[in-house]
Ligand binder design. Structure first.
Ligand SMILES: Cc1cc2nc3c(=O)[nH]c(=O)nc-3n(C[C@H](O)[C@H](O)[C@H](O)COP(=O)(O)OP(=O)(O)OC[C@H]3O[C@@H](n4cnc5c(N)ncnc54)[C@H](O)[C@@H]3O)c2cc1C
Length: 217
């Protein structure tokens, strides 16, 4: 896997040692993040829209209603910026100033196209469902031609990307280490809670393994 080359657009300026440009790090973060945010500009006004996604090779797949402004914007060949973040912990320094967050985040840039080929569109939708919850595509009723027709799918080629990763304990000022203040990291993880059955679900339908054993990591 070749690395992305940092450019004036993607180079992490503040704390550059936290910047990563290798596909392995970047793609691992994208694959673990539940959702992304897509930023785009229209008439000088920036917008940032949260949305489900999947990474397929060097592309980001998005889907939604045909009327979606974001998807129409991408279909028209306009550039977008996509961000995804995983929060790993709250970093409690002795000082407020040095308090922070442990995280893994990605910022990427690209332009997209409308996916029109029916087989490619279906497999892109499978990737989006699989990204959220592997196993669901195999069980759920698949889209009808009418539902497919009401859905737009876009594929964004990842042209440039960066990751930024903060790990480890707080870094306090030397003189603050003597202060009687608790310091450390409160780890945070995105975890499912017990599944809640649809109340009209027949009792004989068991909870599938892929729901019971769901994990983002
Ligand atoms: C959960 C979380 C909380 C944060 N909280 C703060 C905060 O409170 N205050 C603060 O100053 N910073 C915070 N950051 C860091 C913030 O995202 C920027 O990295 C920071 O503003 C410095 O940006 P810059 O001026 O170096 O980069 P910019 O000049 O703004 O960006 C240049 C390029 O660097 C890359 N880049 C910058 N930041 C990131 C990133 N996080 N992930 C991937 N690529 C990146 C992008 O490609 C970007 O286009 C937080 C990050 C995360 C993930």
């Amino acid at each position: 896997m070749t690395n992305f080359q940092p450019s004036p657009k993607t180079r992490v300026n503040r704390l550059p040692k936290r910047g990563h440009y290798d596909r392995e790090t970047i793609y691992q973060i994208l694959d673990e993040a539940l959702i992304c945010h897509v930023g785009f500009a229209e008439g000088g006004q920036p917008f940032v829209i949260p949305i489900n996604f999947a990474r397929v090779n060097d592309t980001i797949i998005l889907h939604g209603a045909k009327a979606s402004r974001l998807l129409k914007h991408i279909e028209a060949g306009n550039p977008v910026c996509v961000e995804a973040t995983i929060v790993d912990g709250l970093v409690l320094a002795r000082s407020v100033f040095h308090s922070s967050v442990n995280y893994r985040s990605v910022v990427l840039f690209g332009t997209g196209r409308l996916v029109t080929d029916e087989a490619e569109k279906m497999s892109a939708l499978e990737a989006v469902v699989d990204h959220l919850i592997p196993g669901r595509w195999q069980e759920a009723r698949l889209p009808t031609p009418k539902e497919m027709n009401a859905t737009s799918v876009v594929s964004i080629q990842i042209d440039e990307a960066s990751a930024k990763v903060r790990l480890g304990p707080p870094g306090d000022d030397e003189e603050d280490y003597a202060l009687p203040i608790w310091a450390g990291v409160l780890p945070i993880r995105e975890m499912p809670l017990a599944p809640v059955r649809d109340e009209v679900l027949p009792a004989e339908i068991p909870t599938p393994e892929y729901v019971k054993n769901y994990s983002r990591t």
